[in-house]
Ligand binder design. Structure first.
Ligand code: KG4
Ligand code: ZN
Length: 342
């Protein structure tokens, strides 16, 4: 079964054709990152306009490169949640148009579930496993019992880890997106030259994350280090930040492995490109780690088409009333509601 997949959840327009869940016939991406660089972050209105410009030529290119026509396609899959609403609407509108005009079934996909699926494109994993999703918008530990079925164990209470990378990079004037820049600088930083706190929460937040404190500590402590004449080079700051950003991800995942007895872990989403993260997770003595191929780590449509194949019978097909949602409800969303009342 060949599925034509579209993902326009954030700033990348991506399309793919995936056969039977993991045979990726074509996977293309058009990035609007250059249009956001001056603003040091994704501007939703610009992202939506860039998707509009890119989507039709990219769909044509995918058919051309795979030497297929829509006659060869069995179904459409599209990300409809969570993400930037204006961006999601472009992908969903395009998928609906193709589905309606060619009478092909349409499958709606959750972007987080697609990230969780991404390591399956190149690995044989089996169930259950623990999936950590780390991206510009999300920091989530989940327990995965089947394709598309996941229980949220922990999430961020404030900034996502990728967002913290991007904001610290913006503060230091290092460029956007911050993750790859800080990762590169950190490699030349001196170990222990600067130290930032390791923010580990406890009690009901044992498996939740918080990155806004690290971001603030980084800003204040950097000023303090600079005043005291420490070696506050960008490389040393980057190295210290990287340790404090990545190690809580490992510690909490390893703790949950111990608690649950599930010893398989996957890590996906843009921050899973990080060299320090890949190193400590893939060399773990606490669990066996499966990572997506680098090209399927950041946003892509292959993960959407792959997951759609496995869950189509479970979730059914969508009609033309399919809507988009910027957020999905999670356990922590409910926790937050409880907190604000008390
Ligand atoms: O998954 P993704 O492409 O988009 C979202 O769904 O958010 O993730 C983008 C995020 C950005 O915050 C970017 O700074 C971060 O992934 N990122 C990295 C690295 N490469 C990308 N963070 C740390 N180290 C990297 N090497
Ligand atoms: Zn993503």
């Amino acid at each position: 079964m060949k599925i034509f997949a579209i993902d326009t959840s954030c700033d990348d327009t991506s399309v793919a054709i995936v056969e039977n869940g993991n045979n990726v016939l074509v996977s293309l991406l058009s990035s609007s990152i250059d249009a956001h660089k001056d603003f040091q972050g994704v501007v939703p209105e610009i992202a939506a306009r860039k998707h509009l410009e890119a989507i039709i030529p990219l769909i044509d290119k995918a058919l051309k490169e795979s030497a297929l026509t829509f006659d060869d396609i069995d179904a459409l899959a599209v990300t409809n949640r969570p993400g930037l609403l204006g961006s999601l609407l472009v992908g969903v509108g395009s998928a609906k148009g193709i589905s309606f005009s060619l009478n092909k079934p349409l499958i709606a996909i959750d972007h987080i579930a697609a990230h969780i699926y991404s390591p399956h494109l190149t690995n044989d994993i089996g169930f259950p496993y623990i999936a950590l999703v780390v991206s510009g918008g999300h920091t989530i530990i989940t327990e995965v019992s089947d394709y598309g079925d996941y229980k949220v164990i922990g999430t961020t209470l404030d900034d996502a880890v990728g967002e913290a990378y991007d904001k610290v990079s913006k503060y230091l004037g290092l460029g956007y997106p911050g993750g790859p820049v800080i990762d590169k600088l950190a490699k030349n930083g001196e170990e222990g030259a600067i130290k930032y706190p390791l923010i580990l929460l406890s009690g009901e937040d044992e498996y939740n994350f918080s990155y806004s404190g690290l971001k603030t500590a980084c800003v204040y402590a950097t000023n303090k280090y600079l005043k005291k004449g420490y070696e506050a080079t960008n490389e040393n700051i980057a190295r210290a930040f990287q340790v404090s950003a990545i190690e809580p991800l490992y510690i909490k995942t390893a703790n949950y492995v111990k608690k649950s007895g599930i010893d398989k872990v996957t890590v996906s989403g843009g921050v899973a490109c990080n060299s320090y993260l890949r190193d400590i997770f893939s060399n773990s003595n606490d669990f066996k780690c499966f990572l997506p191929a680098l090209k399927y780590t950041t946003d892509n449509a292959a993960m959407v088409g792959g997951l759609a194949y496995h869950i189509k019978d479970k979730v059914g097909y969508s009609d033309m009333y399919l809507d988009c949602a910027s957020r999905v409800l999670t356990k922590t969303y409910n926790l937050r509601k409880k907190r604000s009342v008390s």
